[in-house]
Design a protein around this ligand. Structure first.
Ligand code: CIR
Length: 250
């Protein structure tokens, strides 16, 4: 059960963050509304929120997932691989220190939480343009000390590992075809090509948060019996962000 979450509101310069999407400029007002709806959904899932104000030095700062890897046993402060995001982890580190022991990824390691997929007591660690092998081995050693197993997955395309795959709970995964080998195929929903964005969904206690507007994925998820909450993520998608990116849950 998750009991707590940390989120950070998008800042006015949100549109200046890094993106590879060609979906146009995000609308700041709409992003704030979508963020508020996301926070309400987390509260509905039974989580107590710490909401941080935007920090205009970091246009990508609302994507707090990338700044740490957290669970009930340990909080690991990351070292973002994107230059413009390096430093976001400092404020998060101060907040997390109030919730128990922390450890840190150190240079030359780089690691972003979007590359780290937890499935029960196992972590899949994506090696990507943001997370390097040194960061991965530091994280693996830390998690090992706290009773978790881990394995490495190469992220050849896409931003982060979790841009393409999520663990839904109960042994089930949802994935684009590229990562269908990560889990057992019988337990993996494979996404339709026009719905790849919906791979990034977020299980929070009794609910599964999914992005709005992906009817084929929605049906496959409902067929497995999950209680879903659909959220409009259009403005975050324009900045390559998704549901998992917006919170740290523990
Ligand atoms: C970035 O490129 O770093 C941000 N614009 C998006 C980060 C999304 N985070 C995530 O998938 N965990």
């Amino acid at each position: 059960m998750y009991t707590k979450a940390i989120v950070r509101r998008p800042g006015r310069n949100f549109a200046n963050g890094i993106t590879t999407s060609n979906l146009g400029q995000p609308d700041f007002g709409k992003a704030l509304e979508q963020h508020a709806a996301y926070c309400e959904a987390l509260i509905m899932c039974g989580v107590e929120l710490t909401i941080l104000d935007a920090d205009e030095r970091y246009p990508d700062g609302c994507f707090v997932e990338d700044t740490a890897v957290v669970n009930s046993r340990v909080k690991v402060i990351s070292r973002p691989g994107a230059d413009t995001r390096r430093g976001e982890e400092e404020a998060i580190s101060r907040v997390l220190a109030g919730f128990g022991p922390t450890e840190s990824i150190i240079a030359p390691g780089t690691l972003e939480g979007g590359d780290i997929l937890r499935a029960e007591n196992h972590y899949f660690i994506g090696i990507s343009e943001r997370t390097n092998t040194e960061g991965a081995s530091q994280l693996s050693a830390i998690l090992g000390k706290h009773g978790f197993t881990s394995s490495v997955v190469r992220v050849e395309a896409g931003l982060h590992l979790k841009s393409d795959i999520a663990y839904l709970g109960n042994g089930n995964f949802i994935s684009t075809p590229v990562f269908s080998h990560v889990a057992h195929p019988a337990n993996t929903i494979i996404l339709d090509p026009e719905e790849y964005y919906s791979a990034n969904c977020l299980r929070v206690n009794d609910y599964l948060l999914i992005a709005k507007g992906f009817p084929k994925s929605k049906k496959k998820i409902l067929d497995l019996g999950y209680n879903i909450i659909e959220l409009d993520m259009s403005e975050f998608r324009k900045m390559d962000g998704g549901l998992t990116c917006l919170s740290l849950l523990f």
